[in-house]
Design a protein around this ligand. Structure first.
Ligand code: HEC
Length: 336
């Protein structure tokens, strides 16, 4: 559309040019021809120039008004952008690594669980992905849960079952704050989805504590310097150190290995359906792929007779004969 209207405009410009070329020939006898020519050239140049100035000016004005991205916070307040890591489990043709999930859960239980809850994860979800039924049952029974009130209205304690949720380290948020210098350790069930940068951010956060804050950094009393945390001062100290846990599959427990495992585990906690979703995606692609191929074939099949036919026009022989006789009749009449 745009191209067509441009072409039309260009041809009308051409027509104007042709007219002005013709003008001297047709109006040569008038006195004013020379000045009229000069003023029209000048007017054309002025119009072109003004249009250009207007266009460039409005682009410059628009860029001045809206061209710069606006940040509510300085980069230091937003935190350093985490590095992008090539997470295997995120790829659309890969699944979670069950062994890594198991290691990650071990890191959670041995390191993070003393401060962070994982309150949306029931023991039953661990079965089949991270451990066997017996292992999960044994784990649940390590903790005590409230029973329903009995006939006297008393609530008693019973060992955990598969349907129970992982216990929280603190009774409530106030107790959690009180134990952590006023900062609340967030629940980790959905943390991968809840933070900008997801896996990359949490990995960078856990492995990003420098030995000492850089010169000139202003770290508040009771906070720790971490460039990836918005504001750079985080209440959580560095928690992962080489060899902190002992993996049962003898994977060397380096800081980055543990961080990678816990991040993959937390991703599983936030999106346990990811593997299932990818599998469903492949099924959908396969089915729609076949259906698409089929529909292309059917379309061609149905249209073949129409697309390959050839049309002829054979004028009816009788009609021609009629015309010939009528003509000869006419001729005969005029001769009389
Ligand atoms: C000693 C207690 C403690 C331990 C152990 C601990 N954390 Fe924390 N964590 C905190 C506190 C307190 C905060 C809140 C920090 C703040 O708001 O300044 C926090 C915050 C976080 C955050 C959120 C950061 C944000 O962007 O808000 C993540 C993610 C996190 N911890 C992950 C972990 C993981 C993973 C582990 C185990 C490897 C762990 N933490 C172990 C106390 C702890």
């Amino acid at each position: 559309m745009l191209a067509r209207s441009c072409v039309r405009q260009a041809s009308s410009v051409g027509a104007v040019a042709r007219q002005s070329l013709n003008r001297p020939a047709t109006r040569a006898f008038t006195n004013s021809s020379g000045t009229a020519e000069a003023s029209s050239v000048w007017r054309n140049a002025m119009t072109g120039g003004a249009a250009t100035v207007l266009a460039v000016g409005s682009i410059a004005w628009y860029y001045h008004m809206f061209g710069h991205s606006v940040h509510a916070m300085t980069p230091a307040e937003e935190g350093l952008h985490p590095t992008k890591y090539p997470w295997e489990h995120v790829k659309f043709y890969k699944t979670y690594d069950a062994a890594a999930l198991r290691r990650g859960f071990q890191v959670y239980r041995e390191v993070c669980a003393s401060c962070h809850s994982l309150s949306r994860i029931p023991y039953r979800t661990l079965v089949g992905t991270l451990m066997t039924v017996d292992e999960a049952k044994a784990l649940a029974e390590e903790n005590e849960y409230d029973t329903e009130p009995n006939d006297q209205g008393d609530i008693e304690q019973r060992p955990g079952k598969l349907s129970d949720y992982l216990p929280s380290p603190y009774k409530n948020d106030e107790a959690a704050r009180a134990a952590n210098n006023g900062a609340l350790p967030p629940d980790l069930s959905l943390i991968v989805k809840a933070r900008h940068g997801g896996c990359d951010y949490i990995f960078s956060l856990l492995t990003g504590y420098p030995e000492e804050p850089p010169a000139g950094a202003n770290v508040q009393e009771g906070l720790n310097f971490n460039p990836y945390f918005p504001g750079t001062g985080i209440a959580m100290a560095r928690v992962l150190y080489d060899g902190l846990v002992e993996y049962e599959d003898e994977t060397p427990a380096t800081t980055s290995q543990m961080a990678k495992d816990i991040v993959e585990f937390l991703n599983w906690a936030a999106e346990p359906e990811a593997d299932e979703r990818k599998k469903m995606g492949w099924k959908v692609l396969a089915a729609t792929g076949v259906l698409f191929a089929l529909s292309v074939w059917v379309k061609r099949y149905k249209w073949t007779p129409i697309k390959t036919r050839k049309l002829f026009y054979n004028p009816p022989a009788i009609a021609q004969k009629d015309i010939a006789t009528r003509l000869s009749e006419l001729k005969a009449n005029t001769r009389q």
